[in-house]
Design a protein around this ligand. Sequence first.
Ligand code: G4P
Length: 542
Amino acid sequence: MNEIYDMKQEISRRRTFAIISHPDAGKTTITEKLLLYGGAIHLAGTVKGRKASKHATSDWMEIEKQRGISVTSSAMQFEYEGFCINILDTPGHQDFSEDTYRTLCAADCAVMLIDGAKGVEAQTIKLFTVCRMRGIPIFTFVNKMDRASKHPFDLLDEIEKVLGIHSAPMNWPIGTDGNFKGVYDRQKKQVQLFDQKGGHHGAKKVGMLSLTPDSPELADHIGSHYQQLLASDIELLDIAGNPFDTTQFLNGEITPVFFGSAITNFGVETFLQYFLGMAPPPAARKAGGEMIAPDSDFFSGFVFKIQANMNPDHRDRMAFIRICSGKYEKGLQVDLALSGKSVKLTQPQQFMAQDRTIVEQAYAGDIIGVFDPGIFRIGESMASGGRKLQFESIPVFPPEHFARIYVKDSMKRKQFLKGIEQLALEGAVQLYKQPDIGTETYIAGVVGVLQFEVLEYRLKAEYNVEVTMSRLNYKLARWVRFKDASFARDLKDLTLTSTSLPVLDSSSSPVVLFESLWAIDWALERNKGLIFDEISEQSFRD
Ligand code: G4P
């Protein structure tokens, strides 16, 4: 009885989220600051030289190098005011890959980070689309308000128009013309003043001075010009702004918007407090026709990421599992749904902000990394107690870079096929075959271009196969479907531009590779009843 109560308590205090943003919006900085508030890093702050090297490695590996802490992981966990918070890493920059998208399938909500001067940028749109598809709640943090930014009304408009989600500002910035003064908290009806002196590059937690918007003392701090501007903005917001609605928020239809400055810590702790009050705990997840409640009396979860060679001394591979229900305890035996195998989860690791530790216990909402001797694959589900549960499949996301791969030494063809098929199963690349050409030639598709280097390197290091790659001009992949399912069509019957290429993906589903959006429209116009899917919802390579 007590144990069940404890488990429910543990699950209800978990909050698992990912930060989605375009490179340079400040994701690394805000992650550091959140960890600072969680007591995981006592002195956050930017370190000289970071700029030069950061594009080469994952964002978190960079924090790790600078801080001497171990965060190389898929998720970091920290405690704050009774909550247990899991932040999922969404690799950006060059290592932006399908993993970045898949990670969002393991999150219960997302924080969309926007650079106030730049607005909604390309990578944010892509990641937002995935969150939208899953219908998860999305918070917005508009960063870098300490500098001149776009007008906040224009930013809200951009969020609504570009992303198609309603926005509800929770606070309001004062002095967006480069004279940042602070924010007005619409709920508390208080102005929090920005203290430039307190920041020192935001190395420590900041205290805040709060005043009511009409107090005469406020004018002393921000000047009567900004006080008047604020008064008219507040009036306009109250009349014309979207009121925040919890149901719409939980359905992913409205995003609460916060303004702040991660580098100076301004607004980060307030955001964290609002976030914890609003973000949902782990919810039930669908497996077959059933909804699996997080506090079910059995363990279940799914693999959303497989990472090879985390430790270069041992050629190890880790599978990252999102726990969907119950409790994990050391040595737990689970059944895998896709492969039908029964396995003991050995040496699971969890990633605390300070250290990579072996976990004794973990709960629904948590991420654990387990040693993978080659039995896991992306989307694999597992459950304890002899249950065979398959959670909803992880979608296959559209690659944007394509290359034809050739094995250099034809004697090594067998290893090549083994290697490349294994890497595709791990989700490192997507493989396509041309239906009329033999199996030796593959086209590889990746989301981030760094993946080609990883592919080449791993084929050499792990399978002793050297390959050459010739980059192709395709930029878009679309899965082919017809409105009338009974109207079976052959790929070769499609009317396409001469530069579009019909291929089959690893599960033999028809795909067309295109060089431009124009070519997609051209094909849609000429093939009646044809539907192109940007994201494949079919089960992941089973
Ligand atoms: P990312 O992980 O999203 O790519 O962004 P990151 O945190 O690395 O931040 C990108 C740049 O933006 C960094 O500057 C960082 O200091 C700066 N930045 C982050 N938050 C804020 C903010 O609130 N205000 C301002 N003004 N700048 C911010 P950099 O020049 O690339 O590096 P550094 O020399 O500052 O270390």
